[in-house]
Design a protein around this ligand. Structure first.
Ligand code: PLP
Length: 400
């Protein structure tokens, strides 16, 4: 057996990760997901670190709908779609998303990671070029790696650099620009109008991954493309069901009919992986219905987010300005910022606020932060409590 030597090699890599601060530890939640959760060793805390933007993950109405669908459609499908077939609700969900986002057709995946992983290789060849924002999500990076197209990166959200790269890639048959709609470390919405202008000027395809936007950004929740009024200028959108849209799992790609048909024929995570669970397909249909019919959650989320930003700024904290429920509180201007952010997050948790500190090497040196994520399900009181605890800890650690 090779086991001992194998273990030694891995142990030494794991120890290195511990030393350089990249080793990840998971906290264990023993309750339903929600604004208040039970965490092992910490007890009941207010949750400010979930992607539960619309507060639907533990929502009782949604759980009841899911139970009905479970009864009607069963638990699993035990099949990839091109072999045993698909349920009507999967097709219905694809039509629903196409209508919601104003595209011709949609294909479902088990995750947005799979949607991005299986996106590029079927659509592009070595005659083509992919031009990717430097800070794009890992799944986009992996998807690009699997594709034979020439690869270019442009500096994050930098239109001048994007133009220079477009000029450089002029000879390619298809030039595909790809960007996150919202970048999750900063809660920053991509400069889509400028990107659309360049895509049109240089004849490029534009792909947007709207995972941190679908369902709640833009007047009617149609994402960063709606926020920037460029819905019709973006060719392909990918996104997830694992964040605002109920938070279970699943993802999709939506766009021109021929592109989606090609993905059905050739996209490997779609062809060779089990279909989305029926309960998720059916419940996501209900979620999009809710979003189309009512702006209640969206409005509450926006009010909560703006209240938190205003109160934190008034208290003297430095936050990254923006209009997204991801609110990074910065410590980079202070001495020993990495240790400070870590200590700050520990103290917050001790006082019942669950938010995550990010520091080098996860974010660049001098950009340590605590990333707060606001939910529509937070009460005004919970938002205020969070600010009060931030102020307490801020005074205790000499930040304020
Ligand atoms: C979360 C996220 C994904 C992955 O989505 P899953 O459905 O959880 O796999 C992909 N892209 C971006 C930009 C994300 O934020």
């Amino acid at each position: 057996m090779y086991t001992e030597k194998f273990r030694d090699i891995l142990r030494s890599s794991l120890e290195k990760a511990e030393e350089n601060g990249t080793f990840k530890r998971e906290r264990v939640i023993t309750s339903r997901q929600g604004t208040s959760v039970a965490v092992e060793q910490s007890g009941e805390v207010l949750n400010f670190c979930a992607n539960n933007y619309l507060g639907l993950s533990g929502n009782q109405r949604l759980v009841a709908i899911a139970c009905e669908i479970l009864e009607e459609r069963g638990y699993g499908l035990s099949s990839v779609r091109f072999i045993c077939g698909t349920q009507d609700i999967h097709k219905e969900l694809e039509r629903k998303i196409s209508g919601f986002l104003g595209k011709e057709d949609t294909i479902l995946y088990s995750s947005c990671f799979d949607a991005n992983g299986g996106l590029f290789e079927p659509l592009l060849t070595d005659a083509d070029a992919i031009i990717s924002d430097q800070l794009n999500h890992a799944s986009i990076i992996d998807g690009i790696r699997l594709c034979k197209a020439k690869r270019y990166r442009y500096s994050h959200a930098d239109l001048e650099d994007l133009e220079a790269v477009l000029i450089h890639a002029r000879g390619a048959r298809i030039k595909a620009i790809v960007t996150d709609g919202v970048f999750s470390m900063d809660g920053e919405i991509a400069p889509l109008p400028g990107i659309c202008d360049l895509a049109e000027e240089y004849g490029a395809l534009l792909i947007v991954d709207d995972s941190h936007a679908t369902g709640f950004i833009g007047e009617s929740g149609r994402g960063s493309v709606e926020y920037h009024g460029v819905t019709e200028r973006v060719d392909i959108v990918t996104s997830t069901f694992g964040k605002a849209l109920g938070g279970a799992s699943g993802g999709f790609t939506t766009g021109p009919a021929e592109a989606i048909e090609m993905l059905r024929q050739r996209s490997r995570p779609y062809l060779f992986s089990n279909t989305l669970a029926p309960v998720i397909a059916g419940t996501t249909l209900a979620v999009i219905d809710m979003i189309e019919k009512s702006s209640e959650e969206r409005d509450r989320l926006r009010d909560n987010q703006r209240r938190f930003r205003r109160k934190m700024t008034d208290a003297g904290f430095r936050i990254i300005k923006g209009d997204h429920p991801i609110v990074p509180v910065l410590f980079g201007h202070l001495p020993d910022d990495a240790a400070l952010a870590q200590r700050f997050a520990d103290e917050l948790l001790r006082k019942g606020i669950y938010a995550i500190g990010f520091f080098y090497p996860v974010v660049p040196n001098g950009e340590s932060r605590i990333r707060v994520q606001i939910s529509a399900a937070h009460t005004t009181q919970q938002v205020d409590t969070c600010v009060e605890v931030f102020i307490d800890v801020g005074k205790m650690l000499g930040v304020l």
